[in-house]
Design a protein around this ligand. Structure first.
Ligand SMILES: Cc1ncc(COP(=O)(O)O)c(C=O)c1O
Length: 465
């Protein structure tokens, strides 16, 4: 007999969230110039702007906080964290950082070189930004199926295109490629996983040319769960066996601990290369703090040591991945166009297919974000023409991204499926009335185009007569 299963936890503490009226939300949207980043969190009913740093900690993590050793050097808590990291990654050395982007900075300082290529499946913004500032040429070679939101479901849409990677190495010469980096799961295209085979083959190709191979491991356990479920030969392996194999192929990894580490702040720089560790430690001392705390309090290190283990628990991962799938399935039943299959940390709604009458330069996904907040007090985020749009440096003309989506990110262990049903019913109603919506005009973007989605201001375009 097969029983239904539910969350593998019970709720011990609750946090009140506020229901507001549509008229109030319309007023707040106007004040925020239709940018939901500018809305106060207390005025959000269900917050799906990110899955980063928003997890609920467990009773064991809260208890571990009390054990925090706040010594400046050689803190006991550091050694607990080190043990937890070694257990999961199978790699010897770790440097904590205050959050993922500080580890990205170290990664870029060590592996990105001016005028040389950093190839990835799809680099996350904070590595890209750090590497570009250092003059590196940052290239994404995601497989085509991963770029097209309407492509048929594929088990590993986060894979790197090995042929394109090989071609670039041949064309430019291996001496002009400073690093190959794999992001697991691939945040920017829907939290889509990368297969073990792809990680192995990409690392072999890099090794053949003596190019360092590294991993951005923010959602490593979610990726491992997908490998277990979807890739032949992994069904009987534990999540830890899978994560250890994933990292056996790389020299160094970085992690924003705010995702699969199940903590609210923190990052990690992990390596098997003792020379690389020394370099990272020097950077930590200058930018983060002494090597055994790296910008975090001892209590943060304790919570992370426990959180990493909980994040790799198979029952937890089953609940987690299936909760995201639940939202995706309910939206699909209503005909709402999403990236399929659903990835690890959120559901991505295709703005152009949702509002086919709104051209990309009128920000269809941003319009959807605004509609969802206005109707239901739910906050999602645009990842499209505003977040990833850029300008041609010579002509000044707008360049629009291939992916145009609204991401509904699901925080870990925070919302119930009843909350997700609210999102489904609100989006369903907006979809039924989609023709009444018009696009938006960008009226302010701030000095740095690549960061404009945080501060941008918009106006709603008037309805046509
Ligand atoms: C894949 C990936 N790498 C790095 C980062 C940066 O981490 P943090 O926000 O902790 O600085 C993020 C954050 O969203 C991410 O998703």
């Amino acid at each position: 007999m097969r029983f239904m299963t539910a969350e593998p936890f019970r709720i011990k503490m609750v946090e009140k969230i506020k229901k507001t009226t549509k008229a109030e939300r319309q007023e707040w949207l106007k004040e925020a110039r239709y940018n939901v980043f500018q809305i106060k969190a207390e005025n959000v009913y269900i917050d799906c702007i990110t899955d980063s740093g928003t997890s609920a900690m467990s009773n064991e993590q809260w208890a571990a906080l009390m054990l925090g050793d706040e010594s400046y050097a050689g803190s006991k808590s550091f050694y607990k964290l080190q043990q937890s990291v070694q257990d999961l990654f199978g790699m010897p050395y770790v440097q904590p950082t205050h959050q993922g982007r500080a580890a990205d900075f170290m990664m870029a300082k060590i592996y990105a070189k001016p005028g040389k290529y950093a190839i990835g499946n799809m680099h996350f913004d904070t590595f890209r930004g750090n590497a570009e500032v250092l003059g590196a040429l940052v290239v994404d070679h995601l497989i085509d199926e991963g770029k097209d939101t309407a492509s048929p479901p594929h088990p590993f849409k986060g894979n790197i295109d090995l042929k394109k990677m090989d071609k670039l190495i041949e064309e430019k010469g291996p001496e002009n490629i400073s690093v190959v980096m794999m992001t697991v799961t691939c945040n920017n295209n829907g939290g889509q996983p990368v297969s073990m085979q792809n990680i192995r083959e990409a690392s072999l190709l890099a090794k053949k040319h003596r190019i360092p191979f590294v991993i951005d491991a923010a959602r490593m356990s979610e990726n491992a769960y997908f490998i277990k479920k979807r890739e032949d030969g992994y069904q009987n392996k534990s999540i830890k066996e899978i994560t250890r194999e994933m990292f056996s192929y790389c020299e160094t990894a970085i992690m924003s601990s705010k995702k699969d580490g199940l903590v609210n702040i923190g990052g990690l720089f992990i390596t098997r290369n003792a020379e690389v560790l020394k370099h990272a430690q020097q950077l930590a001392i200058v930018h983060e703090g002494y090597i055994t705390y790296g910008g975090l309090a001892g209590r943060d290190l304790e919570a992370l040591a426990v959180g990493l283990q909980e994040g790799a628990d198979e029952q937890y991962l089953e609940y987690r991945i299936n909760q995201v799938k639940y939202l995706g399935d309910r939206l699909r039943e209503k005909g709402i166009p999403i990236i399929e299959p659903t990835g690890g940390h959120g559901v991505y709604v295709d703005g152009r297919r949702f509002f086919p009458h709104i051209p990309q330069h009128e920000f269809p996904s941003q319009r959807l974000v605004v509609a969802l907040y206005e109707e239901a007090g739910v906050r999602a985020v645009e990842l499209g023409a505003c977040a990833f749009g850029s300008k041609d440096p010579t002509t000044g003309k707008d360049i629009f991204p291939e992916v145009e989506v609204m991401r509904i990110a699901i925080s870990r262990r925070v919302y119930t499926n009843n909350h997700l049903d609210v999102i489904v019913s609100a989006l369903g109603e907006i979809y039924e009335q989609r023709e009444k919506y018009r696009g938006m005009k960008l009226v302010y973007e701030g000095p740095i185009t690549s960061l404009r989605h945080f501060t941008a201001g918009f106006e709603l375009l008037p309805a046509e007569e």
